[in-house]
Write a protein that binds this ligand. Structure first.
Ligand code: UD1
Ligand code: CA
Length: 451
């Protein structure tokens, strides 16, 4: 840790034209989280670490995303996109306060780590005016090239302005830079726009630092950490790198992944001990999985919590707001949404359970549907504890089913059912066939204490 104060300016105003999308580039997700948020989680935080984010005009959604993770952050709008140096100067007011270190990061490099920011700051303590993060690119096309004289950094040349010889250089600019905070404005204010695109390029800071007789250095990191995302192909590559990291972290934490390469995780997925995830599972944002739970193959889970020893799938779909209690079970072809299933609840086959609260140990038979939508509004279903819902029942919400109630199979329940009551609601045709009496008989049997 360093005792020096810092200001990090994150550039996030680019149009993202190459993404061919109406969504601002930095909001495209990697591992279920906007790429900008990954960057904001890696930049310095805590006492003495200020943050400014430069956003594009009309990008309120970007500002909102920033507020969610760093409510105290300053945001600045860059009205015309005249280049990366111009973008940094949108935060002039913040830079002028003169933190010890000024860090500049891009909102489109989501794989960067906190440790790298700290490494980049170190040379400033030793008197350098500028430290540039560099990497060896497998394919340097599109990146700015670092021009070295021995181990001295003399300039950065953008791809479009580079000579064929310079284009052979594989040491590239990652985009992250650390300036001596008290000299930064003097340096950046000198940047002009005499290049093929007529933009104010932050990379020109290097030659300016040299001309001022100050020192600029390179700190190298791996390509995987600094992949810049400009198009959907690069977004997919970054996703691949992030997924590999998340799987490795899960395995290191003791999660059993039988075929890790087939399991997709989110940046915020949390696991207890002895969790098993079978092949071909997709986990979206906001999922927690407690000790001993098993997620069987082909399940899709978003914004849900899975209790201790709970079983999910195969082929289960847990939509936002599902909470599965300890030892509860959701089986194949079951969809849940805004559903609290208390401990020991079983929904084993072919059901939709939405806007529903189910009490502990209740058994929900195959094909049960909570009819939560009447074509106009959504309604709630509550089912008490220890209840039994017969197969192929439709529970027409709003409706309450009491503790220990017993619903005969094939019922369409439109009225509340009291505790311990037996309800069989069917077409007259079915009832004539004696279904009700059979169910009554079954209930008597079910009530007998088990051996
Ligand atoms: C930039 C670097 C290049 C480096 C590469 C690494 C410059 C001039 N070039 O190129 O040397 O190898 O990143 O990924 O710095 N932005 C604004 N306002 C602007 C322009 C850009 O906010 O007016 C933001 C973008 O949203 C983006 C970042 O700055 O987050 C980088 O801009 P981008 O256009 O992606 O630069 P590259 O061409 O990738
Ligand atoms: Ca870029």
């Amino acid at each position: 840790m360093t005792a020096r104060s810092s200001l990090t300016v994150v550039l996030a105003a680019g149009e993202g034209t190459r993404m061919r999308s109406s969504v601002p580039k930095v909001l495209h997700p990697v591992a279920g989280q906007p790429m900008l948020i990954h960057v904001l989680r890696a930049v310095p935080k805590g006492d003495g670490a200020a943050l400014a984010v430069v956003v594009g005009p009309g990008h309120e959604a970007v500002e909102q995303a920033v507020r969610r993770v760093r409510p105290e952050a300053m945001t600045f709008v860059q009205r015309d996109r005249l280049g990366t140096a111009h973008a940094v100067l949108a935060a002039r007011e913040a830079i002028a306060r003169g933190a010890d270190d000024l860090l500049v990061a891009f909102g489109d490099t989501p794989l960067i780590s906190a440790a790298t920011f700290e490494r980049l700051r170190a040379p400033l303590q030793n008197g350098a005016a500028l430290a540039v993060l560099g990497f060896r690119a497998a394919d340097p096309t599109g990146y700015g090239r670092l021009l070295m004289e021995g181990d001295r950094l003399v300039a950065i040349r953008e791809h479009a302005d580079a000579t064929p010889e310079q284009r052979k250089i594989t040491l590239c600019n990652a985009g992250v830079m650390a300036f001596d905070g008290r000299k930064a404005l003097e340096i950046i204010d000198r940047i002009g726009n005499a290049n093929s695109k007529g933009e104010y390029y932050l990379v020109d800071a290097v030659s300016i630092v040299r001309n001022l007789g100050l020192e600029a250095v390179v700190i190298e990191t791996s390509e995987d950490e600094v992949r810049g995302i400009n198009d959907k192909a690069q977004l997919a590559e970054a996703e691949g790198v992030m997924q590999a990291r998340l799987r490795k972290a899960a395995l290191d934490a003791g999660v059993t992944l039988i075929a890790p390469e087939t399991v997709f995780l989110a940046a915020d997925t949390t696991f207890g001990k002895d969790v098993t995830i079978e092949p071909f599972v997709v986990i979206g944002p906001g999922v927690s999985i407690a000790d001993g739970a098993v997620v069987h193959s082909f399940s899709h889970i978003v914004q849900s919590s899975i209790g201790r020893g709970a079983l999910v799938g195969p082929f289960a779909r847990m939509r936002p707001g599902t909470s599965l209690g300890d030892g509860a079970k959701i089986g194949n072809f079951v969809e849940t949404k805004a559903a609290i299933l208390e401990a020991g609840v079983k929904v084993n086959h072919l059901s939709y359970i939405g806007d529903t609260h189910v009490g502990a140990r209740t058994n929900i038979g195959a094909g049960t549907i909570t009819c939560n939508y009447d074509g106009f509004a959504k309604h709630k279903t509550t089912i008490g504890k220890g209840a039994f819902i017969g197969t192929n029942s439709s529970l027409v919400a709003p409706v309450n089913i009491g503790d220990g109630a017993y619903i005969g199979s094939g019922s369409v329940i439109t009225k509340d059912v009291p505790d311990d009551a037996l309800a069989v609601e069917r077409s007259p045709q079915t009832n004539r066939e004696g279904g009700a009496s059979r169910i009554r008989e079954m209930k008597t049997r079910a009530k007998k204490p088990k051996a």
